[in-house]
Write a protein that binds this ligand. Structure first.
Ligand SMILES: [Zn+2]
Length: 587
């Protein structure tokens, strides 16, 4: 069996030879990585190989891609693939395609090659290494065929890296200690849904309660004292030997948006369960109480009110929300009671902030930054603040055929100008170092008609930035701009503010310790902003917070069933969080 130690100490020729099969017919890759030995860890070796590829020329990239066989293509049928490719294609059943599937793949291979000039490459062993289904492969093929060329070139190279990662694990006989369990658990609760199609887990539905019970069961089995509190939070406590020790909290939310991904929120609960299971099995305790909390609600799907779980834990739960109605007219109070909870007990959940050491949350990035950087992990610097508004525009609806252009008061044309104003103000030179983002996500012409000039238009605004000053300045400019546009066009407008949330900076002390743990794993520390809100934002009201992001596959897509990550990334995130916990210092 090849070992990392051997790879570090052998001569260059032996190193290249040992890694010959990792990158298909491309020994130049290990050859260039060899100069960077010794590698502190498998993660460091993988990264060096990936960087050797990244630093290659476009011609080298194309020749690397073209060295790969077509999926279920002529070489597979003729039996002339490398041993690695033969095994991989067989693991996903590509050697057992029906005639229709072969025909579909043949058409896709041809169309893809024509469009991009290289073969379609997919790590068919998938995120867990166990193999994608033929249906999933064909669906991915069809989706990626629509990509722009540069995006697809990058995706193909990432798939090559994933193939290499799996081959390297096999070569070195690596058994991931945490990743497979985390992925399997995410799959299991990912199949419990409020809807027939896709994953939806809204607050206090039967599926939500089943998910909570499953999480509580895994926490108990892992060795934690576990309960589900009055707000529905699943709380597992792994106590220190000293009963007077303080508490460090980790966790995330288990509710989801509609038609969600499997890892958003859940990863941050399952990952520490896997860690505690390992600690408990070895009889190891931490010098503080560790609480793993599965927050019951963060997304705001059912009652349009977010962070219900974490606000209960911080003592900021607004009891007036209990009268809020869902779409079926059920109050939150009734929904909680039906699930067996006593809403009056919610205030008693609040933690004593003097007993807390901090809050650390692991979360899938939900964006493409780590993916593009080729890094599995990132340390979050802050959670962006956000401002949200609803804008109502009123012009004059009149005949599309008879009203001369200069005499129109077109609400939709004003809205269009506002959309472009938001884009240019947030993307321009005053964009706050690139952290400022602005979106018009809703745009409606109520009762619009093909032959009527729009008399009314409704749009939403969502402005976020790392710095509150940058955000507030952008909001002011946009508001002034809306006023100017509307005055010029004779449009009346009304603006309602929906959200005004300050940015939550992460604790430099905890960021430092997380970053050190990342580096001890053999990876560079990379810091990034969270553009999305997270439970850490609510927890920041009572304690110092930090977040570790994991790479999000498929171009960084989230809040979507296509959200994906790998067992290897889950595994290294778990090892980093465990290292952070055992090395934790209060200073
Ligand atoms: Zn989330």
């Amino acid at each position: 069996m090849t070992t990392l130690q051997h790879l570090n100490s052998c001569d260059t020729a032996a190193f290249v030879d040992a890694l010959r099969g990792i990158y298909e017919h491309s020994p130049w890759i290990p050859h260039r990585a060899a100069a960077r030995r010794p590698f502190a860890s498998l993660a460091a070796l993988k990264l060096a190989l990936q960087e050797a590829v990244s630093q290659g020329s476009e011609a080298e990239h194309l020749s690397l891609l073209r060295a790969h066989p077509e999926l279920a293509g002529k070489a597979a049928i003729a039996g002339t693939l490398t041993a690695e490719s033969t095994g991989e294609q067989a693991a996903s059943g590509l050697d057992r395609c029906s005639p229709e599937e072969y025909a579909a793949l043949h058409l896709l291979n041809t169309a893809y090659n024509q469009k991009f000039g290289f073969p379609f490459i997919l790590a068919v062993k998938g995120p867990t290494g166990k193999g994608l289904t033929r249906q999933a492969i064909i669906a991915t093929f069809e989706r990626r065929l629509k990509h722009r060329r540069q995006d697809e070139l990058n995706e193909a190279l990432r798939q090559v890296h994933r193939i290499a990662e799996i081959r390297l694990n096999d070569l070195l006989g690596i058994e991931l200690a945490y990743g497979p369990a985390i992925m399997a658990w995410a799959e299991e609760i990912g199949s419990i849904s409020d809807d027939e199609q896709g994953l939806t887990c809204a607050y206090m539905t039967p599926g939500h309660q089943r998910t909570a019970a499953r999480l509580a069961g895994w926490m108990r089995e892992a060795g934690m004292d576990t309960h589900i509190d009055a707000a529905g939070n699943v709380v597992g406590r792994y106590a220190a030997t000293d009963p007077d020790a303080k508490t460090l909290i980790t966790g995330s939310h288990y509710d989801t948006v509609r038609n969600a991904g499997k890892y958003d929120g859940r990863l941050g609960i399952l990952l520490p369960i896997a860690i505690v299971r390992r600690l408990a099995a070895r009889g190891e305790r931490l010098p503080f109480h560790l609480e793993v909390i599965g927050f019951a609600e963060e997304e705001g799907v059912r009652f349009r009110s977010t962070f219900l779980g974490s606000r209960a834990v911080t003592g900021h739960f607004d009891m007036a929300l209990l009268d809020q109605l869902d779409a079926d007219g059920v109050t939150m109070r009734e929904a909680l009671a039906q699930a067996g909870h006593d809403p009056q007990q919610i205030p008693s959940i609040a933690r004593d902030r003097s007993r807390l050491l901090g809050y650390v949350e692991v979360h899938i990035e939900q964006g493409p930054v780590l993916l593009e950087k080729g890094l599995p992990l990132g340390v979050v610097t802050a959670i962006a603040g956000s401002s949200r508004y609803l804008v109502e525009l009123a012009g004059v609806a009149s005949h599309a055929g008879t009203t001369p252009m200069p005499m129109r008061r077109d609400a939709a044309a004003a809205a269009a100008e506002i959309v472009l104003l938001v884009e240019s103000r947030c993307g321009g030179s005053k964009s706050g170092g690139g952290t400022l983002v602005g979106t018009v996500g809703q745009l409606q012409v109520p009762d619009g008609s093909v032959n009527v000039i729009p008399g009314r238009c409704r749009l939403s605004l969502d402005i976020r930035a790392a710095s509150d000053l940058d955000r507030i300045a952008a909001v002011k400019d946009i508001m002034d701009g809306i006023q100017a546009i509307c005055e010029r066009r004779g449009i009346e407008f009304g603006i309602e503010q929906l959200v005004d949330a300050a940015a939550a900076p992460c604790s430099p002390r905890l960021m430092e310790q997380l970053g050190n743990a990342v580096q001890r794993a053999g990876l560079p520390r990379f810091d990034l902003l969270s553009g999305a809100g997270h439970d850490a934002m609510a927890m920041a009201a009572v304690t110092e917070v930090a977040m570790l992001f994991t790479r999000c596959g498929n171009g960084g897509i989230s809040h979507n069933p296509l959200e994906t990550m790998t067992a290897d990334d889950a595994d290294i995130a778990a090892r980093v969080l465990l290292d952070f916990l055992v090395s934790y210092s209060r200073h």
